[in-house]
Design a protein around this ligand. Structure first.
Ligand code: KG4
Ligand code: ZN
Length: 349
């Protein structure tokens, strides 16, 4: 069986083809066409512009994905229906509906947050043994979301907490904009932070770790961004433009985000006696977050497994959508939904 998956929830136009045989999954193609250059001048994603680009890109990306997969016979269409930017989601949904209708195929609606979680299972074989992973605590960190989710099994989710304002990725993006680094901010902040040689300089800048000691699973990142803005404004022109300062404030801001994410995730895992911690979403591509969360899990909860997808499956892609659709199909959920509609505010519950 081959699943063709479409993902257009934000600013990446993605199409993937997944081959399933004997419970074994093989990604035949996974094409991501990024709109980064177009949105860079706005410092964030401009929805109507993103929609127009998706409309333009989808036929081309589809062609590339089918060519790369060597013209497979498609058996099922999957599409992200939410959460995300409304005009972008509808573009993908309408495109998928059209494709499915023309070839008389079923269409499986996919939740973007679930897809970020199940990106961890792209190379896994589906067996009931996977049940040994649960309960799991999932940390989904992207440009639009920051959520801690209790996963009791495939399709069984409960949102324990989430950001009350900016998402972690959004915080990276806004800080990068303040520092004049460009967009998307996450990889740029991470690169500046990695250049910092003397950690001593970092000590001079102390940023807040919002809500870190609150005994809940919620987050708040807008205060951190404001603290960066105040710090930046308080510096002289010369310091603001110095490499050392940019590197130091990037390192401290990145560490502040990581500290809060790790503290709350580890606490949730302990509270719910989790067998696994699952990381996903664009910010999961951050090397320091991956490294530090893994070492915290090892030190503090040595019997807990830690899962994180390869970096290319952390940021938006079609492969994660295909795998999620396959999971629904495999676990017998929603084989033939009555209607497929985009829902920008879709929740994973
Ligand atoms: O999941 P994603 O591709 O799109 C959304 O669903 O939002 O996540 C994009 C976000 C952006 O905010 C980007 O800055 C962030 O992920 N990101 C990173 C890194 N790579 C991407 N943040 C920190 N470090 C990275 N290496
Ligand atoms: Zn995403």
């Amino acid at each position: 069986m081959n699943i063709l998956a479409i993902e257009t929830s934000c600013d990446d136009t993605c199409v993937a083809v997944l081959k399933v045989g004997n419970c074994k999954l093989k990604i035949l193609s996974n094409i991501v066409s990024s709109q980064v250059k177009i949105h860079a001048k706005y410092g964030g994603v401009y929805p109507t512009l993103a929609k127009r680009e998706h409309q333009k890109n989808l036929p081309l990306v589809l062609k590339r994905a089918l060519n790369k997969a060597k013209g497979p016979k498609v058996d099922l269409v999957a599409v992200t229906v939410g959460p995300g930017l409304d005009p972008c989601l509808w573009t993908g949904v309408n495109f998928a509906k059209d494709l499915a209708q023309k070839s008389d195929l079923s269409i499986i609606p996919v939740n973007h947050i679930e897809a970020h979680i199940l990106a961890n299972f792209i190379n896994e074989q589906r067996t009931t043994n996977n049940e040994q992973l649960f309960p799991a605590i999932c940390l989904v960190v992207s440009g639009g979301h920051t959520q801690l989710i209790l996963m009791r099994g495939y399709g069984k989710y409960k949102i324990l907490g989430e950001t009350r304002d900016d998402a972690a990725g959004e915080c990276f993006d806004k800080i990068a904009r303040i520092l004049g680094l460009g967009y998307p901010g996450g990889p740029l902040i991470a690169a500046e932070a990695a250049k910092l040689k003397t950690k001593n300089y970092q000590l001079k800048i102390k940023l807040p770790r919002p809500m870190i000691y609150q005994r809940n699973y919620d987050f708040s990142f807008s205060g951190l961004k404001t603290a960066v803005l105040y710090n930046f404004k308080s510096q002289s022109e010369k310091i603001r433009k110095s490499k050392k300062y940019i590197q130091a404030i990037s390192a401290e801001a990145q560490q502040a985000i990581i500290d809060v994410l790790i503290k709350k995730t580890v606490r949730a895992a302990k509270d719910y006696k989790a067998k696994t911690i699952i990381l996903g979403g664009g910010v999961a591509a951050n090397d320091e977050l991956r490294k530090q969360l893994m070492s915290n899990v090892k030190c503090q909860m040595s019997n807990v497994k830690f899962l994180v997808p390869p970096k290319k499956f952390c940021t938006d892609n079609g492969a994660m959508v295909a795998v999620t659709a396959y999971s629904h199909w495999f676990w017998g959920k929603e084989k033939k939904p009555k209607s497929v509609e985009a829902n920008a505010n879709l929740r994973l519950e």
